[in-house]
Design a protein around this ligand. Structure first.
Ligand code: APR
Ligand code: PHB
Length: 389
């Protein structure tokens, strides 16, 4: 098979890129290791920046997003007692939309056939070849046969564990990484949210987040030591802990219910530079990971893809090689700012094992400063709704 852009990975990054390229008539194919059901089984964050919803609007993949997405005008930081509201809409004029990543993926998958976007699922042993030559190609096996896709570019949208990043020689690359000493235990339940807006809490006992998927489905998290497992956290213990950490106002409104999903995820900050090597271009989790505080993961994947599709469209329509050359620097400038915001919100809202009473006072002082400073709130709001592309 021959195409213009071969895309590895049918997560949000690969699907968005495929749609944006097809919209301009550029030929592309996505190869994905998993089945569609498996891809849709992954539960991830659910807060979309305007930059992300604008892309979905541009693609016309927005019917359910507008019907079911919740427009949020603000969110709260909590210090164990009070809620400090950040009026994101009042301070920036922008809303964020609560709409699960799983639903974004489902919508992009359903709209693929009508856009002429081919996705090859259950493609095993995907290999990237000649990425530093004029004619790169992918190989994969499916149904016992080996297949080859010749392309002009390969887009690595295959997440943190995919093979694309590894095809860039270590001699030209730099990696920046930070692992956090706790994980997030998440619970999804069909109960109404305890508050209209998200609450990120830093209680003496640890972090908690009250989020939602809809008016009848809630998503909550607490941080737990990496040594703990799901067996340590039966539903009842989790609900009790949430009520304490979120503070009295939220606790008064919490509705408990059985978990539909429960999982523990580690937290990591990671950036790989550069995001392009010759004819291989990386986007999304393949190139960077943020801790989930602030919900930037999917939004960063979307902004990468906005830059990358622009570059590829300029190349194919105007023979503009400079746009391809500029992609990595353009994307990384925004990546690093989202990394900074996610890291700083993580530092502000979590207790670290090495922290003593002094660090605790620093966190409380910062929260009190934020509570009383419109400038501080504006800075948080601007980052939370998403920096301009
Ligand atoms: N061959 C083909 N596909 C692969 C391979 C492989 N060897 N390895 C991984 N993949 C696929 C995965 O199965 C997955 O469907 O690549 C896809 C990558 O998707 P994501 O991990 O969702 O990454 P991305 O599309 O960059 O989306 C970023 O998703 O991971 C979250 O928190 C992250 O919200 C962020 C967003
Ligand atoms: C979620 O709803 O799953 C969610 C929301 C906000 C975050 C992370 C996760 O920062």
């Amino acid at each position: 098979m021959k195409t213009q852009v071969a895309i590895v990975g049918a997560g949000p990054a690969g699907l968005l890129l495929g749609h944006l390229l097809r919209l301009e008539g550029i030929e592309c194919v996505i190869v994905e290791r998993q089945s569609p059901e498996y891809v849709l089984g992954r539960i991830r964050a659910g807060v979309l920046e305007r930059t992300t919803t604008d892309l979905l609007d541009r693609l016309g993949v927005n019917e359910r997003l507008h019907a079911e997405g919740l427009q949020e005008a603000g969110f709260a930081l909590a210090d164990g007692e009070r809620l400090i509201r950040i009026d994101t809409h009042g301070l920036t004029g922008k809303y964020v939309t609560v709409y699960g990543q799983t639903e974004v993926t489902r919508d992009l998958m359903s709209a693929a056939p009508s856009r002429g976007l081919e996705i090859i699922y259950e493609a095993m042993n995907v290999g990237l070849h000649d990425v530093d030559k004029e004619a790169p190609y992918l190989t994969y096996t499916k149904d016992g046969h080996t297949h080859q896709i010749d392309a002009q570019f390969i887009a690595g949208c295959d997440g943190y564990h995919g093979p694309s990043r590894k095809a860039i020689p270590a001699t030209v690359a730099s990696e920046f990484e930070l692992e956090y000493p706790f994980g997030w235990l998440g619970i999804l339940a069909d109960v109404p949210p305890c508050h209209e807006e998200l609450i990120y809490a830093n209680h003496e006992r640890g972090f908690a987040l009250a989020s939602m998927r809809s008016k009848t489905r809630s998503r909550y998290y607490i941080d737990v030591p990496l040594t703990e497992t799901l067996e340590d956290w039966p539903d009842e213990r989790m609900w009790n802990e949430l009520a304490i950490r979120l503070g009295p106002e939220a606790a008064a409104n919490i509705t408990c219910g059985p978990a539909i999903e429960k999982s523990i995820a580690p937290l990591r900050s990671f950036v790989f530079e550069p995001m392009r090597h010759e004819r291989l271009l990386l986007a999304g989790d393949a190139a960077h990971i943020v801790p989930p505080t602030g919900a930037k993961g999917l939004n960063l994947a979307a902004s990468d893809v906005a830059y990358l599709s622009d570059a590829l469209i300029s190349y194919f329509n105007k023979n503009d090689h400079d746009a391809i050359a500029a992609y990595s620097d353009r994307a990384l400038a925004r990546v690093w700012k989202s990394e900074r915001f996610s890291w700083s919100l993580t530092k502000l809202m979590h207790r670290f094992p090495e922290d003593g009473p002094f660090e605790r006072q620093m966190q409380l002082a910062e929260l009190d400063y934020i509570a009383n400073s419109v400038s501080a709130q504006t800075s948080i709001a601007e980052n939370y709704v998403g920096l301009a592309l």
